[in-house]
Design a protein around this ligand. Structure first.
Ligand code: GLN
Length: 558
């Protein structure tokens, strides 16, 4: 489909002044306003970097890599294909706000676009012509947006967040493509939302609108007039500041929206609703005005307010300098804590610096639970293993996620089985006790991008285990991202000291979860439950951890 056969409308969200001002949360909140009104929406994201997907990037570089349940086979041309399940972390925010599962094709990167156009050129698809950014790259960008529209004819609105900041060189083809799309579709079918920063200068008690004026001017220079400007600021904009932004951006005042600091991101849709943004967008897009149904979301948002107690979870790992590295884990902990009327405080422990048992004992003496983080490679690993050793002795509730579960098993092997030098072969390929090793399917894999065991897989839980008590079912589905796994012949020997395999994959070859019989809460999972946690509907494993941590805390206080 190349034109608007199904009458879908578009909202394009751009960003100005700074990156990291919450464009993703703003996009998700606008989507929520439409959902409040019963509209069927989809959110797409454009990432202007040249990677095919973010899977090979370090989380410090670009934050967590989000994993979808579904796999998309991206075929730039017929005889070349890439499996994609790893997408931008903003999709986690979209899923948490909208409850709609993302499909990997909804994340467009420059890498995908350029690769497709260049490989097509080699096939002769553009014979006789000079292949150029305009129209070939821009046409293909539009095609990718149309592909999403045509997959679901019942869609009312597609929101497209454009990564980066207006003015970035690499985002130019995308801004040009959406300008063309708006021209082709008619301006009334398209809304442009610009998210910008309005700094508050406490010393003079004034909002500074100049950076916003400049970024809107840059946007206008590209032929894009914003229909709505969302101003990220410490506090709600004064009327005077709003007037100024409206004047310089050529907008009615009601279309300048404040996005102030709020205690929980889940309140943002309600803050937008109060500012009438839902009605404004619906009217701009020529959709039917409907009464917004906000009650159930308000209840969820309220659950994050006024916690009655706090719970401290330690996260030993190596990507501790950027909290976005573990974005979905942080959110999953928050969802679970809110369900218990508690607030979670995360204690990051950089295990490259804090690696020996003594300093970790010091770090962990005042925490209520340990979440051993996912990860890759050698750095910080000894500290993570030692943190797990402490959890074995101290009875602190422990949840190991993927690498965390693998390293928890290494700790068990060294500390309780007395297997010296036990390790994962990811770090020590000559270990005498390689309790974690490459999966067979990975042994012949050479390329790094998109080649792990990825995406959603069925999980078979053993009845009678703690895991079963949490899930209350034997059959579930979780999202995976790994090359290595626990080796059955070692783990089965660990049962003599109380380790139990509590879940497998459907073939029975891949251990999916382990736990300890003589520990109040010690669970390791090969998958990433955080990707399925929702506000108001926390994942059972995270809820289990928080409940155990609260119990441990009250026991500790006695
Ligand atoms: N590095 C480990 C593996 O590849 C764990 C990966 C992870 O934590 N997601 O199996």
């Amino acid at each position: 489909m190349e034109s608007n056969e199904n009458n879908v409308k578009f909202i394009f969200v751009t960003g100005g002044v700074l990156s990291g001002i919450g464009k993703g949360v703003t996009t998700a909140s606008i989507a929520k306003l439409l959902q409040f009104r019963g509209y069927n929406i989809k959110i797409m994201k454009i990432d202007p970097y040249l990677n095919i997907d973010p899977g090979t990037m370090n989380p410090i570089e670009h934050g967590e890599v989000f994993v979808t349940d579904q796999t998309w086979t991206f075929k730039p041309v017929d005889d070349s294909k890439f499996n994609i399940c790893e997408i931008d972390l903003d999709f986690g925010t979209y899923e948490r706000f909208t409850g709609i599962e993302a499909h990997p094709s909804e994340n467009i990167t420059s890498g995908q676009i350029y690769l497709s156009v260049i490989l097509r050129e080699r096939k002769g698809s553009y014979l006789g012509r000079t292949v150029q950014i305009i129209p070939h790259i821009t046409d293909y960008i539009k095609q990718r947006i149309w592909d999403v529209a045509s997959r679901d004819p019942s869609l009312d609105v597609i929101l497209v967040e454009i990564g980066g900041t207006v003015g970035d060189i690499e985002a130019m083809p995308f801004l040009e493509a959406v300008r063309q799309l708006a021209r082709e579709e008619g301006r009334s079918r398209v809304a442009f939302v610009h998210v910008t920063l309005v700094p508050y200068m406490a010393s003079v008690g004034e909002f500074k609108t100049k950076p916003t004026q400049h970024s809107v001017r840059t946007l206008q220079g590209l032929g894009l007039q914003p229909d709505i400007v969302v101003c990220r600021a410490e506090r709600e904009l004064t009327e005077q500041a709003e007037k100024k932004v409206a004047l310089f951006c050529n907008l009615p005042e009601e279309r300048v929206i404040s996005n102030p600091d709020i205690p929980s991101i889940y309140q943002l849709p309600l803050s937008f609703e109060k500012q009438d943004l839902g009605r404004i967008i619906v009217s701009h897009l020529g959709l039917e005005q409907r009464e917004p149904e906000t009650a159930s979301w308000s209840k969820i948002a309220e659950s994050f307010e006024n916690p009655t107690e706090s719970v401290c979870i330690a996260m030993p790992g190596k990507y501790t300098t950027l909290s976005d590295s573990y974005k979905s884990i942080n959110e999953a902990l928050t969802h679970a804590a809110a369900m218990c009327s508690a607030q979670v405080e995360v204690k990051w422990i950089e295990t490259e610096e804090r690696c020996d048992i003594d300093c970790l004992n010091e770090d962990l003496c005042d925490v209520d639970g340990i979440l051993l983080t996912p990860g890759f490679g050698e750095r910080g690993v000894e500290g993570m293993i030692n943190a797990a050793v402490i959890s074995l002795d101290s009875k602190i509730p422990f949840l190991g996620i993927c690498y965390g579960a693998q390293l928890g098993t290494v700790a068990f092997a060294r500390h309780l089985m007395g297997w010296p030098g036990s390790h994962t072969t990811e770090v020590d390929s000559n270990s005498l006790y390689p309790v974690v090793d490459l999966m067979d399917e990975q042994k012949s894999t050479e390329n790094k991008g998109g080649t792990m065991r990825l995406g959603g897989h069925e999980v078979k839980i053993r009845e009678g285990t703690n895991l079963f008590n949490l899930y209350k079912t034997t059959d579930t589905r979780e999202r995976f991202r790994h090359r290595y796994h626990l080796i059955e012949r070692y783990v089965s020997r660990m049962s003599e000291k109380g380790m139990v395999v509590s879940a497998h994959d459907t073939t029975g070859d891949i251990i999916n979860a382990i736990e300890l019989t003589d520990h109040p809460f010690w669970i390791g999972v090969q998958y990433h439950p955080e990707f399925k946690s929702q506000p108001g509907e926390p994942h059972p494993l995270y809820l289990g951890l928080i409940k155990a941590a609260l119990a441990y805390k009250s026991e500790r206080k006695k």
